[in-house]
Design a protein around this ligand. Structure first.
Ligand SMILES: [Zn+2]
Length: 207
């Protein structure tokens, strides 16, 4: 029997689609177990992506810069340049005003875009809500969903998540373990259809 048939798989077709790709990313990052946290910054280096500081972006007026880091800061989380640098690296910028946890999730999504072969036609800017999920425009909603979902599954893989849920770990504990935000873990619990089990187990644990 192939090993894939012995693995515990997400219950939905969509979930399995994202999980398969996420597993590829984790494998690429050299991870062998589902309880290992993934460092997107390290993975970016393997994937030949250059995460440049915002200050390195040239050609912005002082006014634009102030807006992007000030009042406009909640409106964007990161971006990827469509044209590779002369050395073949692809450039990614992250919003320096966002927390490290948000930056990690954004970077993971950018890596997923590259890994999945999504081609931005320009400097693609990610717009996100406070929960970290992309508020995508209609024309690219499917692509954004695939990148976000794959990135989230790479950060919090199904088998590892299910194990912690069954142990009665809280979303905060799981988030801390994987180096992600609590909303990202809760999103993963929901799309993995583990929410009922999660509630039951943390309730049992708190008694
Ligand atoms: Zn995106």
């Amino acid at each position: 029997m192939p090993i894939s048939q012995l693995r515990d798989e997400p219950p939905t077709i969509k979930g399995r689609h994202h999980e398969t790709r996420a597993r590829g990313l984790r494998h690429f990052a050299g991870l062998t177990r589902d309880d290992q946290p993934l460092d997107p910054f390290e993975l970016a280096r393997y994937a030949n992506l250059l995460v440049a500081p915002f200050e390195a972006v040239e050609g912005l007026t002082a006014e634009t810069r102030e807006h992007l880091l000030g009042p406009g800061s909640e409106m964007w989380s990161g971006g990827a340049a469509s044209i590779a640098l002369p050395n073949g690296q692809k450039l990614i910028i992250l919003n320096p005003k966002h927390s490290t946890l948000r930056q990690r999730a954004t970077l993971m999504e950018e890596i997923s875009h590259v890994f999945l072969g999504h081609k931005p036609s320009r400097l693609a800017i990610e717009q996100k809500g406070a929960d970290g999920q992309t508020r995508a425009r209609d024309y690219n909603a499917a692509i954004e969903e695939e990148a976000y979902s794959t990135g989230a599954a790479a950060l919090v893989p199904y088998v590892g998540l299910k194990g912690y849920v069954e142990q009665g770990k809280t979303s905060a504990e799981i988030a801390k373990h994987y180096g992600v935000s609590r909303p990202l873990v809760e999103y993963r619990i929901k799309v993995s259809r583990l929410w009922d089990s999660y509630k039951e187990n943390i309730f049992r644990n708190s008694k």
